[in-house]
Design a protein around this ligand. Sequence first.
Ligand SMILES: Nc1ncnc2c1ncn2[C@@H]1O[C@H](COP(=O)(O)OP(=O)(O)O[C@H]2O[C@H](CO)[C@@H](O)[C@H](O)[C@H]2O)[C@@H](O)[C@H]1O
Length: 506
Amino acid sequence: MVTRNKPSTPSLRILFVASEVDGFVKTGGLADVAKSLPAALQALGHDVRIVMPCYRPVAARDEAETALTTELYVPTQPQAVPYRVKTLKSGEIPVYAVDAPHYFDRPEIYAENNQGYADNGERFAFFSAASLDLCEKIGFQPDVVHCNDWHTGLVPFLLRTRYADNAFFAQTQSVITIHNAVFQGIFNYDQYSLIPELIQHRYVQLEAGSANISMLKAGVAYADKVNAVSPNYAKELVTELGAHGMARDFQQRASDLYGIVNGCDYGDWNPESDPFIKQNYKANKVSLARGKKACKRDLQQQVNFPQDDVPLYGMVCRLTEQKGIHYLLPILQDFLLNDVQIVVVGSGDPKLAAALREISEAHSDKFAFVEAYNNPLAHCVEAGADFFLMPSEFEPCGLNQIYSLVYGTLPIVRSVGGLKDTVIDYDTTPQVATGFIFDAPTPEALLIKLQRSLLLYCQRPQEFKRLQQNAMACRFEWSEAAEQYVRMYLGEEHTAQATVGDVTPV
Ligand SMILES: Nc1ncnc2c1ncn2[C@@H]1O[C@H](COP(=O)(O)OP(=O)(O)O[C@H]2O[C@H](CO)[C@@H](O)[C@H](O)[C@H]2O)[C@@H](O)[C@H]1O
């Protein structure tokens, strides 16, 4: 990796390449990280630039200055692809928005009506190639190119092929962060006309079926370092059960595989200053009790629940199998026989949405399903609920359980990925507990923990408050995560490094 003089940490030039960045466009947790981690790296003194596609929904693009008008020359292709680079700002960080209308001037960013764009492979192959092309033209010579998920997986590959002998990138190392390895960017060879290197030599190890190339495999195989967004997910990724079919790919990189837990952006997620919630509050007993009460009443009002003092459970997520809705659905009606209220905010899979809608119509006084992507409401759920549900099938890190801890809303999670790294179970270690964890991937296991949480709330209110304070005392500083990232860039060992011998099957 990058070798510089010790003892002082060198200032690195870091190009952070991501398909979405909060503040511009967001569909999930990747965007939160792509906003907060670059800011934390910059705060450590590094020169960070972000590159993202200039999608139509990026409102700021209309006023943005054009820094570069150019074209991507493609070896073996007769025609170059024209594009512009617009400069935006994320805080103090320059953001290079790759403006290629043919690829990105569309109503949505990945999909319309739950149908991914047919040329997503070509779109993100172009984005990956342009991210490196623009560096040379703008004159930003990165020490580290930090890629994120499949959309950017071809960047490490291009550095080792197209740019292998290019002096400009001679000192450049690459890193790929795995936010979610279930999405692998698998596309037919047809979609890689802009990356002829992939076609000239057959890279069998990057194939997923003989007709397709996996962009994530390319990133994992060619990046200098690979990291998962939690140590436990890094361990899962080298197992057959936890690697989404890519165990061999991760095992081959085991000595370069790290796990670094995401942080919380306390500027955005903080009950003391959150502008979206009814009443700000602190962790001390009086403030917490008053604030939570006001926020709970407000949330109840927003979803038309009676304003009773019954335990209120919240859930905010993309509606996908990943988030464990299929564990909740079979036991939901049973649990609703209790004096409880539940709010689910989510959008995505139409089948899951229909099932949730049906239950909410039958129990509108205690089960609300808000089918939406609604950031202000997400904040109100974090603040107003007593418990937060995250029974995920798998969870690389998870941010919402972290936000819940910050708001004193006890998470109920499954023992996977980053959920296991960030929540402490009441039944196992009551003194330091911050929530509830269940193991078995079954609705019954979730139901047992829901009932345990109900008992805690109704029968041991002081104990419940103590857990809230434990939760609020947890800190998830992006500055600490950023320091771990820098140690990884510099090739220094750290405790979060995963090893194949130390595996935790999911
Ligand atoms: N309906 C809705 N309304 C409003 N806001 C909504 C919403 N649905 C989701 N969000 C927001 O999107 C983010 C979701 O982040 P998560 O980390 O929990 O999951 P996600 O699976 O998207 O991220 C992936 O990447 C992240 C980042 O590394 C990993 O933590 C995670 O495990 C991995 O699956 C949160 O900020 C949440 O508030």
